[in-house]
Ligand binder design. Structure first.
Ligand code: FES
Length: 274
């Protein structure tokens, strides 16, 4: 067990899967054998010695931890470029888990509507799989997922599994279809007309790029879902992860500590949050 919250703990890479041209899925375990002990919606920081550190959402569900955890990392700069060169057997530094996850206990008995976009499926997958592993505790489960192109769809194997289940209503769309695409074409908001919602008994969880939120929120509010039942994830330039550096600050709110999971009711009045 590492004694300082600032000191990364070494974790061994067990497996690396290329998911798309830009994203890889890393399976890790701590050398010390401790489990990450996270909640769905939390994040860790990942470091490579001498290069730097980046905040990364946790993609695996706590209900499937088995002593390991998964991180979907997009290649987007120097550090993530170095991380993408790592192989099974290599070591990464991990701090966390940090932040507040989604309060799933509060959602029990409700219908759950997931609306992840792009890389937002990586943290959403953690919540989705936890809900599916405890399926009897929830009402209807609907997943609306949007990506830019078919090649950028994440977790294709799991999308197929969810699609086959008769207790999950999955709808997938891409903004820019290719010649082989037979599904819905258009942005994620084009999927909302395909689903019916009992607004008073529905919790919506949306995770995606900030530009998506405004439009998805309009759809969710338009369906009559209360602001307290709409949840989203705000990942704002997290750095220390523990409320010290101020990098994630939105007015007087530290996203790394109060979030990244927030209800819309909590953050709608916070200037610059959405
Ligand atoms: S990331 Fe440092 S205060 Fe939130």
């Amino acid at each position: 067990m590492v004694s300082s919250i600032y000191l990364p703990e070494p974790a061994r890479i067990l497996d690396v899967q290329q998911m798309t041209a830009l994203e890889k899925l890393f399976t890790l375990e701590f050398f010390g054998g401790r489990s990450l002990g996270h909640q769905s919606g939390q994040f860790v920081t990942v470091s490579a010695l001498g290069i730097g550190e980046a905040p990364i959402s946790i993609s695996s569900s706590p209900s499937r931890s088995n002593g390991t955890f998964e991180l979907c990392i997009r290649k987007a700069g120097d550090l993530t470029g170095v991380l993408h060169q790592k192989k099974a057997g290599d070591t990464l530094g991990i701090r966390g888990p940090f932040g507040q996850g989604f309060p799933l206990k509060k959602f029990q008995g409700k219908d759950i509507l997931f609306a992840p976009g792009g890389l937002g499926l990586a943290p959403a997958r953690s919540v989705i799989n936890q809900v599916l592993d405890e399926r009897g505790k929830y009402g209807r489960v609907t997943i609306l997922y949007g990506a830019r192109t078919p090649a950028e769809l994440l977790f294709k194997g799991e999308l197929e599994e969810w699609d086959k289940r008769d207790d999950v209503d999955l709808h997938v769309t891409v903004d820019q279809p290719d010649d082989d695409w037979t599904g819905n074409a258009g942005v994620i908001t084009t999927l909302f007309s395909k689903v019916s919602v009992y607004p008073r008994n529905t919790v919506a969880i949306t995770i995606g790029p900030p530009v998506m939120y405004r439009f998805v929120l309009m759809e969710l509010l338009g369906k009559g879902i209360p602001e307290t039942s709409i949840w989203l994830s705000l990942e704002r330039r997290m750095k220390c992860g523990v409320g010290k550096c101020g990098h994630c600050q939105i007015n007087d709110l530290y996203a790394c500590q109060s979030g990244p999971s927030f209800s819309y009711a909590e953050i709608k009045a916070v200037e610059g949050a959405i």
